[in-house]
Design a protein around this ligand. Structure first.
Ligand SMILES: Cc1cc2nc3c(=O)[nH]c(=O)nc-3n(C[C@H](O)[C@H](O)[C@H](O)COP(=O)(O)O)c2cc1C
Length: 355
């Protein structure tokens, strides 16, 4: 079983990818989409979204990262994919699920699910353009307004030579509202042979177990559930090992707030290298807003920082977090700094790219 970290534009960028993959349990990441319109993008456009390309296509923790492209013109996508492949990502993923109006208006993302033939042309053109050793995958929703063409789209993607297909079990019209229609992933699986990954509404170990049962997919992609609870992938893997009667000796069972707080420092440190200072507090609070659904301590942190915008105040708060939140812990502010400093090798490379 593999657990993939979902692409999430505007929320899960390389800083959070780095942070979450340090926790463990994630096997593969897919970057947020890189939009392709009518030009071949300069290399720096790929490095900006996926700086892991400078680290052999991996996060600092060593988890491979695929780069995702979004567009509708097969030739231009193919040219961009060929250039991207030279930078050696862990694979190239194609987005057929974005619900954003601006993207759909320009015939990109989920709107393509009404045109399975065009989806097939895109996948085939990209597959032809990149070396055989670079995996080409696709991520689709079940449809645009309804799910009647889900099977057609999956078959077009398979026939065009994709290596893997992730299905987010909702149509564009469903937005992100629960439920996810996992049983439709099972239907799609009946019509194709390529490896499939199930995605949508996996928040707990119980959800993961049921999603695998209903869809028949061993591999899962998780987005918001991992942002709420960075230990979710570890918990799922622990449960899996237990169910298979494997040794649990070296497997972490959960990821506590105490273990998480140094990673808030990692996240902050990474952001300080590429996010304008006026936006940094907002980004940290955006993550805390998700974390507070899982960790009561994150609620406390969110309340403390609610009206704070000054990065210097946040920096000071982060350094004192261990003392303020758990005096019984052996962790000190030094450990926050020590762990934060371990992300520097990639950040140095990143700084070069930004410049
Ligand atoms: C804020 C946000 C941004 C997203 N950006 C992308 C994206 O760039 N590419 C993509 O394929 N899917 C994107 N998605 C969809 C997610 O990858 C995923 O399919 C969806 O959140 C359902 O999975 P989950 O229930 O585990 O979160 C995005 C979702 C959200 C909420």
């Amino acid at each position: 079983m593999r657990i993939l970290l979902a692409p999430m534009e505007g929320l899960l960028d390389h800083s959070l990818r780095d942070t979450l993959t340090r926790v463990g349990g994630i096997d593969l990441c897919v970057s947020e989409f890189i939009r392709v319109t009518d030009a071949v993008l300069p290399k720096r456009a790929f490095y900006r979204v996926v700086p892991e390309l400078l680290n052999d296509g991996k996060t600092v923790a060593g988890v491979p990262v695929k780069a995702q492209l979004l567009g509708s013109n097969p030739e231009v996508l193919a040219e961009n994919a060929a250039r991207l492949a030279q930078l050696r990502p862990a694979g190239i993923d194609l987005n057929f699920g974005c619900p954003a109006k601006t993207v759909n208006r320009h015939r990109g993302g989920a709107v393509l699910l009404d045109e399975p033939e065009l989806i097939g042309q895109i996948v085939a053109a990209v597959r032809r353009a990149v070396p055989a050793n670079v995996p080409v995958s696709a991520k689709m929703r079940l449809g645009f307004n309804d799910d009647t063409r889900a099977e057609d789209c999956a078959q077009a993607i398979e026939s065009a030579g994709a290596d893997e297909l992730v299905v987010h079990a909702r149509t564009k019209a469903h937005g992100y509202r629960p439920p996810a229609y996992w049983e439709r992933i099972a239907d799609v699986r009946q019509c194709v042979k390529l490896p499939m990954v199930a995605n949508g509404e996996i928040w707990t170990v119980a959800d993961a177990v049921r999603c695998r049962e209903v869809t028949g997919c061993q591999d899962l992609m998780i987005g918001r559930g991992m942002i709420n609870n960075p230990g979710l992938a570890l918990e799922i893997k622990y449960h899996d090992a237990q169910a298979q009667g494997l040794s649990l000796a070296n497997l972490p069972q959960t990821f506590s707030w105490k273990q998480l707080w140094p990673l808030l420092g990692v996240f902050w440190h990474r952001m300080s290298l590429h996010v304008a200072s006026r936006h940094r507090a907002g980004r940290l609070k955006q993550w805390l807003n998700y974390l507070r659904r899982h960790y009561p301590e994150a609620q406390q942190a969110f309340d403390t920082l609610r009206w704070v915008h000054d990065p210097k105040v946040i920096q000071a708060w982060l350094q004192h977090l261990p003392e303020t939140q758990a005096s019984s812990s052996s962790m000190t502010s030094q450990s926050t700094i020590a762990i934060a400093s371990t992300c520097e090798p990639v950040d140095e490379l990143k700084t070069l790219v930004v410049l």
